[in-house]
Design a binder for this molecule. Sequence first.
Ligand SMILES: Nc1ncnc2c1ncn2[C@@H]1O[C@H](COP(=O)(O)OP(=O)(O)OP(=O)(O)O)[C@@H](O)[C@H]1O
Ligand SMILES: [Mg+2]
Length: 382
Amino acid sequence: MENPFVYGEIVPSAAFANRVDELHRLVADLDASQKIFLISPRRYGKSSLIRRALSVMARRGALTVDVTVASFSSYVAFLEGYSRALLAAETKWDRARTWLGEVIRSARPEVRYEPDTSSTTAGSLSVSFPSVRSERDIARLAQEVFALPGRLAEVRRRKVVVALDEFQAIAGFNGGSVEHALRAAVQQQRDVGYVFAGSEPSLMEQMLTPKRPFYKAGPVMRLERIPADEFAAFLDGRFAKSGIKPEDGLGAAIVELAGNLPYDVQRLAHETWDEVRRGGRRRATLDDLHQALRRLLTEQQIIFESLWQRLTLPQRAVLRAVVLDGKELLSADVRSRHRLGGPSTVQTALAALTRDDVISREGPSYVVVDSLLREWVARKTF
Ligand SMILES: Nc1ncnc2c1ncn2[C@@H]1O[C@H](COP(=O)(O)OP(=O)(O)OP(=O)(O)O)[C@@H](O)[C@H]1O
Ligand SMILES: [Mg+2]
């Protein structure tokens, strides 16, 4: 029996909880070839949602392309990877070569295809632009590459859907000019739907402000948490289906302990399931959950210790206050209870911890992003 809970990778459809409305909306917008912005903090499930939407679109006959912008080390490497992904959407090899050559005129693309003889997969493809050197070369090439999806849709007479994940990283490639070029290209492509997904909400939101190219480029979806009760019921159901009966309230306790962050929820559920399985039992209890939590904390001990050691003393005190209180950290009462010092010291520490993604702001309070770190701070620091 396989563990029904998945974390650290894109969730397969059976392990995918809820998100029915979001999926529906994303698919409808892509179907209408809109240019959608999808924004949430890290690990809320953007990539998994996109993957689901793309597979629905593929079933409806669209050609789909999925590229993670943040994984490239330079602008040219991104343009090469993006071209390769688009080319791979074309099954007829010669045809692909032809239209690539038609669109990319400023540079001579080198395309290699290595058939995979050992298995049934399609083999591997690479595209490179060795002649591209200067900034001007790159800018010209970018315009052409950004036109490729439109050409693909035209040649194949199919709808094309492009997902650019971790899109906030685009700003690192030569900033404003990439945004301009891409925006100019996509708005002309009537048969191409785009989803630009980003996990740094502040950077993504800035991209949508009036002075930036993507202002009003299309609908914006802000992915929220999965409602806690639905997530809890989903977990209980997955336990039961795998032949392990969950104690009443187990799903809810997992969601709560994991701060209802999808990644953390799945991690805790996964480890709890393992705990039960290892004991050869058929019932999952709250004890199993706490045992799994203790094991996870032990595994992460070294990482948390080194993180703690890197913090300044005021940051440590503020982090503890976030764990224990979370609200009104600037009030005289909370400051004196946790010996935090003056308001400006607290503010500086909060800003540093937020910037390093240790804590985040949720409405009037702050929360620790990693629920395991929160538990570790509560148990192991003083
Ligand atoms: N709808 C869902 N149902 C169940 N679990 C989910 C769901 N969405 C996400 N998860 C859990 O969260 C983890 C992270 O999901 P995913 O990688 O899709 O998020 P992300 O927002 O793209 O994260 P990142 O910002 O790190 O790229 C998954 O591995 C899975 O464990
Ligand atoms: Mg992702």
